[in-house]
Write a protein that binds this ligand. Sequence first.
Ligand code: MF3
Ligand code: CO
Length: 251
Amino acid sequence: MGMVILKLPDEIEKLRTSNAIVAEILAELREKVKPGVTTRELDRLSEALSRKSRVRPAFKGYRGYPYALCTSVNGEVVHGMPSDRPLLSGDILSLDFGVVYKGYYGDAAITVSVGTVSAEAQRLMKVTEEGLYDAIEQARVGNRLGDVSAAVQERVEDAGFSVVRDFVGHGIGRNMHEDPQIPNYGVRGRGIQLRQGMVLAIEPMVNEGGYRVKVLPDGWTVVTEDGKLSAHFEHSVVIMENGPEILSRMP
Ligand code: MF3
Ligand code: CO
């Protein structure tokens, strides 16, 4: 593990703002999701809302990624690219979005239903979000990173689902991706000690079937190897003296 950057109060304040803007924009996007809408329209809306809030979309241009928003449908796990294919009732859609405000990054993701989805899809999304909240609950001074990771894994595997291994959460601050890496599987009591001022983007990616994934020839879209569903939720969280504070809480 490399260097974990602890944030000072004035930096935490900027991260509060950047992540509040991410949360606000995700909440607006979520309202627009319905059958017939295209993910390209959602991408354009995320750009327009960023302009309105005077922030820069963080993903566009990041390692050559061409869009502001990641839109991962059904068996797409993360980094799905917006397209002109209309969403269909029964789809589940992950919206992953980030911005930069005064040099500080915000990053969060939600998975939402399009129209009416199966009971199993609903359970997958619920368990993934519960895994995220279990993990956040462990993000406190005195705990270790393994406590955060294990919390996700236990919730997910107890429900009969699997956690993706090949992609992880991350520290966040003046860069979108900082140390530490935050796997969604691990062992309680292991890993680095958590400290006041750490800011963590915790992001469980949970598969209905097996944990294996592959990247499509477009170089971005990560899909389940077995073609089954996947869900993704992410919050950026600061570890305060009194416990975790979710920076990207939806309005
Ligand atoms: N939320 C994603 C992450 O934490 C966003 C990166 S996707 C990219 O890695 F498009 F920006 F590359
Ligand atoms: Co992230």
